[in-house]
Design a protein around this ligand. Sequence first.
Ligand SMILES: [Zn+2]
Length: 363
Amino acid sequence: MYGSIQSHKHACERIDGTVAGIGTMVLDGMLNTICQRRSPSLELLTCLSVRSAVPAQCGFAGRTVLNILHVAVVVGASGLCAASPLLAEGVGVAPTVFRATQGEIVEIVLSVSDRSTTVTGTWRGTNVPFFSLSDSTTMVGLVGADLASKLGKDALNVTMTSPQGTETRRFFIEVVDASFPVQRLTLPKNMVDLDVATLKRVRKEAKHLRSIFAHTRVPRAWTDSFVAPLDGKISGAFGRRRFINGQKKNPHTGEDISAPQGAQVQASNRGIVRLATEQFFSGKSILIDHGLGLFTMYFHLSEMLVNEGDTVDRGAVIGLVGSTGRATGPHLHWGARLNNARVDPYELIRMNVGSSRTNVRAQ
Ligand SMILES: [Zn+2]
């Protein structure tokens, strides 16, 4: 099916033969683009974005009603097309289904020819914010599939508005079971069976976090790709369903990276520090707001080197590895939230979110 990718690598073109913008933007070290002209009379283009070394991706066509050239969708590393819309007859008309495993991010890239076009989306009652890259004609939306997201297929409605009018396109995102493994831990009783005062504290801390996640304070703060907060052995613990001292507890919402006590932890991207405090479970904790509902978290630190309200750049040292809070040894718990979906933070790196398809700097 994908055997002819190389020979079609530069085949993304408009009906009139000019090269489509998205073709050059998608085409970089990580992504290739294969396109097929389906029906010249309908001015349809189909476009399949393929990450090299990743088995399958998704693509579909957009009509030129609003001079929208086409839409390309890339899903997470393990994502597969639920169907083969690219090859189906009537492509661009039939509903198109994209698949995301729990904890993954779906990235939607639209190329619009009118710079004044605004794009909004909704999926399962949650807004999907779109942002433009610096060329002003590439719009990117991010959808997170929570690690415990309900399985199944729901509509993603994308509304594009320009001076010529409004068009809504309906697509579907299907969430697939990640089958996260079960983890059984034994911890000191006082860290599991909480007394009344501790329970009160934990609830207050959770409420505060929820209020932060609900109110992103900045527009998109990042312009470069995300980086890992430090080098270290990744435990693969994201999403694990935990039983602590035999009791069913919340799943593990981030990834644990083992590193020596005192190792430097860097901000995985630019943003504003919204939390820098000590909490019962997460110990000394830093939370960075990257804008557009995207947050990263750094837990169990021995030292916090930034304050709430600080703006930090990508790679800035924000703290040191420790084992504060409920931790069995020095490690960093790195977490990510995308519009309240608890996603695997390494998705931000794997997806090269919001920066991979362009060589130009974002706004
Ligand atoms: Zn952890």
